[in-house]
Design a protein around this ligand. Structure first.
Ligand code: NAD
Length: 481
């Protein structure tokens, strides 16, 4: 059976205690590889390697860092098929999706931040006749990057690339549920000539490995994407140590559909924003609010299209919905379908576990529920599966109350052709991202992150560079005495 290795100080290493965890193929429900169950000692070793590599990497020219990161990006592209296959087997997501989205985006992350760092400049502030201030931006040192299982290589590289580009060294902890492409990335980094210790990848359980990053004195910042529960734990331990912390967490995003929308475009996109990646995207719109005058029309069309989505073998092109990531997650999603029923919800489509194409894995039909109030558990808790709730509304004011009636504030989607309303609503909605007449369209220069329990801090573009650097003001007095 294939055994994944840690990548520490430029070398592939077995965990010191030689302990491993089972790695599952969610489509088959079977163990197919082993991932290190690393201990604190492995993390200590990785942090020491990153610390030793920092002086040289932070002084490496921007051009050289750019060259190496572009080489990594090109190798990710050259290995598109192999990486996409690995991602699909590891996570249950359709292979075509990994090929079209996850892996190309991982290559873009390296390319984007490598290039952006070449343009990253600091400010100066003149005090006429007296002094000039200028801002220096220093890399922090060793930083920790912790990522979740839903977009494994995509989010892993989204954190690592900006950190490296501005001269930090990194200890990264991918999800133990989907570690395979992070392991393949370590090979790519080695081949691309990334110096030893600049990026270290330690596999294992969050509370044993990731937690070390939040408390270790040599780790200056932690960039985390994952659940609100774990984000809170990290904040609790990292805050008294004055570490910089960026937390990208859960969501329960509203998808707001007004009667004046472009119906066909909205319907196609709503299918994706509801069920793409089995609903396991933090930005999926799981609370669907529809203006009452088109509610019946929408319900009929949405149910019909949803029933046509083929749940099947992730490796087949015709499968629109693959497997959910793990048995525990599968059980959680199914339990929420039961909760929704007990809260008065009616299942309009799906609602069941299925075993398509002779596979014995963790598949759930795309599920639409109606009849729930916005404040019930099924509409307030993050289910993070192929399950959406549809609800009618009468007025802008009413739907704004529903949209903001959540502890989360990650993203929102608005469907309307009324320009004034779009601007008005976009201002009022409490979320880090508002999409109007689109979904998941991302310009990597824009700030990315959540409000309320969805996040602290912003990633993307210059925001990421600001997070991964420390600003220092230098004030030079040149006036008279
Ligand atoms: P999770 O919080 O369980 O785990 C995320 C990562 O944290 C994993 O690598 C895990 O091993 C690690 N971890 C666990 N305990 C830790 C600890 N005590 N200290 C440090 N690290 C620890 O999340 P998940 O189940 O892997 O991912 C799903 C969640 O991620 C959902 O809530 C989803 O909304 C969220 N998410 C958010 C975004 C965003 O950009 N806001 C993007 C993707 C996913």
């Amino acid at each position: 059976m294939k055994k994944i290795s840690n990548y520490i100080n430029g070398e592939f290493q077995a965990p010191q205690a030689r302990k491993y965890l089972d790695l599952y193929n969610p489509a088959k429900g079977e163990v197919y590889a082993a991932v290190p169950d690393s201990e604190e000692a492995d993390m200590e070793h990785a942090i020491a390697a990153a610390k030793a590599a920092f002086p040289a990497w932070s002084k490496t020219s921007k051009e050289e860092r750019h060259r190496i990161m572009m080489a990594i990006s090109e190798r990710i592209e050259a290995n598109l098929d192999a990486l996409a296959l690995a991602e699909s087997i590891d996570s249950g997501k359709p292979l075509w999706l990994a090929k079209a989205v996850d892996i190309p985006r991982a290559a873009s992350n390296f390319r984007f931040f490598a290039t952006a760092a070449m343009q990253f400049s600091s400010e100066s502030h003149e005090m006429k006749g007296q002094a000039i201030n200028y801002t220096l931006r220093h890399p922090l040192g060793v930083v920790g990057c912790i990522s979740p299982w839903n977009l494994p290589l995509y989010l892993f590289t989204w954190k690592i690339a900006p950190a490296l580009a501005v001269g930090n060294t990194v200890v990264a902890k991918p999800s133990e549920v989907t570690p395979m492409t992070a392991f393949l990335l370590s090979k790519i980094c080695q081949e691309a000539g990334l110096p030893a210790g600049v990026l270290n990848i330690v596999h294992g359980l969050g509370h044993k490995t990731g937690a070390v990053l939040s408390t270790h004195p040599d780790v200056k910042a932690v960039s985390f994407t994952g659940s609100t529960k774990i984000g809170r734990e990290i904040a609790k331990v990292a805050a008294p140590l004055f570490k910089k912390v960026s937390l990208e967490m859960g969501g329960k995003n509203p998808n707001i559909i007004f009667a004046d929308c472009n119906f066909e475009k909205m319907l196609d996109t709503t299918l994706r924003s509801s069920f793409a990646n089995q609903g396991q995207i933090c930005l999926c719109g799981s609370r669907v609010f529809v203006e009452a005058s088109i509610y019946e029309k929408f319900r009929a069309a949405f149910v019909e299209k949803t029933k046509q989505l083929r749940v099947g073998n992730p490796l087949e092109d015709s499968s629109r919905v693959g497997a959910v990531v793990s048995k525990a997650h599968y059980e959680k999603i199914l339990s929420y379908i039961e909760i929704a029923k007990s809260e008065g919800g009616t299942i309009l489509a799906g609602g069941n576990a299925v075993q398509p194409d002779g596979l014995n894995g963790w598949f759930i039909e795309p599920t639409i529920i109606e009849g729930l109030s916005n404040d019930c558990r099924a509409n307030q808790d993050e289910i993070f599966g192929p399950v959406v709730s549809i609800m009618p509304f009468q007025s802008e004011e009413e739907v704004l109350g529903y949209a903001n009636g959540s502890k989360y504030g990650l993203s929102a989607t608005l469907w309307t052709e009324n320009l004034s309303r779009a601007h008005r609503m976009a201002t009022e909605i409490e979320s880090g991202i508002v999409w109007v007449n689109t979904w998941l369209l991302r310009d990597l220069r824009t700030p990315f992150g959540g409000m309320k329990d969805s996040g602290v801090g912003r990633e993307g573009g210059l925001e990421a560079f600001r997070f991964f650097t420390e600003a220092k003001n230098v004030c030079i007095h040149y006036g008279g005495r």
